[in-house]
Design a binder for this molecule. Structure first.
Ligand SMILES: Nc1ncnc2c1ncn2[C@@H]1O[C@H](COP(=O)(O)OP(=O)(O)OP(=O)(O)O)[C@@H](O)[C@H]1O
Ligand SMILES: Nc1ncnc2c1ncn2[C@@H]1O[C@H](COP(=O)(O)OP(=O)(O)OP(=O)(O)O)[C@@H](O)[C@H]1O
Ligand SMILES: [Mg+2]
Ligand SMILES: [Mg+2]
Lengths: 258, 258
């Protein structure tokens, strides 16, 4: 494998962090070796997986070339799942990285030793809600992008923008091989017309790229981060846990089918 | 009045746009003259209020000094409510503005003629989900910040960061008079413990700054943007409309009490 996947969508609050943390945990449960990279200055994935922030311990140092990524990787409470944490200071990084040389490729270069070692089956990157420097860095250093979409109207509006950005990265040569790993519908509440309409619209637009697994809206999913636990640890029998396990199965099936 | 208020929170999906559009409409309904500025490249407030995007018609032009803000203001279907629209291209603006002179004060300078004319009682600015250049510009040019907070765990984590940023803007002289207008709790579902715990935590932290009006989670609020209508037009009798009308009343009462 050794595949790097950015979990990105500039629309805020669509479930990027929730999907990063829980898909990573469910893949690790299926004995895949996974590294979760928290590239968001909010550091939600870092706390959501139960790891404390350490000043100077984030990927920020590696993006500016001060530290080797290997020194920043920490284990989590989940077997086969490691984390490269974020820190709140990363917010200052956007400007520092923007002014550095080869500013779009700092992430790819920092990650190169980990890629070469090929220790991980999957490297998942939780991105901030923007198409700024940090997300563009992640996309330039990834094999594919996984796009969580909330089953709501505003979430539809940004789809053409992300598609355009992917096209630009490919055409400009910044990352010619960037693929769409898939689209995950999140916070789906089948009782509302709105959710059904949004899913129909997304399927019309992205076709087979849309995962069949729909992640339902579930309070347990929003409670788990306050305990620093993925859903399969916090409440393994709830609908949220079943949905992310299902997503991990579908994700691996699609990978095998290539 | 003539007060400029940024509606900001770097956490994504907390209800910034929903609050901007609906508070603006409810203030206009109470015969306040309101200008809504969409500073988010996603342009959600622009479509949420039913205005189409026009290439070159966004505040982006004014931030770079190419056009006068007055030429960019358009009326909306709501009496007493005007809009300064966004456009998807604004995403490119972050980098252009970052490289311009006085890059933190482009918004304040562009807005100066409108402030001087004192035609509006309130100017509300819908910000993107980040503390990058566009949001910092809005904060430097505002009298106060209104912070919507989703009644969820991850939303709590970013509070200390915003407070730090406000303190830095005041202390550095970038905007010594920036105040906190208030905190609005959004998507509140009183049946969950989580929501109650989060509200208690926010009140402990911000005390009286927290508006008593809690905006409930309501599907009608998430349906309204697909019709390009604020909630008081889409479904004037629903709980979402009552809540935002209540918020507008409380907001004006606090302003009068000064
Ligand atoms: N399926 C779900 N059911 C209920 N709540 C959910 C679900 N998925 C995510 N949430 C909650 O919704 C909020 C937004 O999710 P999350 O923070 O994962 O989105 P995000 O896209 O990472 O946000 P940001 O844009 O700020 O990075 C969080 O409070 C989260 O706990
Ligand atoms: N009180 C509410 N009840 C139900 N849904 C809501 C409520 N407020 C907002 N929403 C929905 O939740 C989603 C997020 O809200 P909104 O887009 O206003 O947040 P935002 O903070 O502006 O997001 P971004 O960070 O992307 O700018 C939208 O789909 C919106 O329609
Ligand atoms: Mg996130
Ligand atoms: Mg918004």
């Amino acid at each position: 494998h050794n595949r790097v996947i950015s979990i990105a969508n500039q629309k805020g609050g669509v479930g990027k962090t929730t999907t990063s943390v829980n898909l990573a945990a469910c893949l690790a449960e299926r004995r895949q070796k996974v590294l979760l990279i928290d590239l968001d200055p909010q550091a939600n994935a870092t706390s959501g997986i139960g790891v404390g922030q350490r000043e100077g311990g984030s990927i920020y140092r590696a993006l500016l070339g001060d530290t080797h990524v290997r020194e920043l990787v920490v284990p989590t409470a989940i077997e086969h799942l490691d984390l490269l944490p974020s820190e709140v200071d990363l917010a200052g990084a956007e400007i520092d990285v923007a002014r550095a040389d080869r500013y779009l490729h700092r992430f790819a270069e920092a990650l190169a030793p980990l890629r070469a070692a090929a220790h991980y089956d999957f490297i998942l990157v939780d991105c901030p809600p923007s198409l700024g420097i940090l997300t563009m860095n992640a996309l330039c250093g990834s094999d594919s992008i996984l796009i969580p979409i909330q089953s709501e109207y505003y979430a539809l509006e940004g789809l053409t923008v992300i598609e355009r950005v992917i096209g630009q990265l490919r055409a400009s040569g910044a990352n010619p091989r960037l693929e769409i790993e898939g689209i995950v519908m999140t916070m789906y509440d089948g009782r509302t017309n709105l959710a059904q309409q949004v899913v129909a619209e997304v399927v019309k637009h992205f076709g087979e790229k849309v995962f069949e697994t729909l992640i339902p809206r579930s309070v347990r999913l929003s409670e788990a981060p306050s305990y620093g636990q993925p859903i399969i640890v916090y409440d393994k029998h709830c609908t949220g846990a079943a949905a992310y396990r299902q997503l991990a199965r579908e994700f691996l099936k699609r990978r095998k089918a290539g």
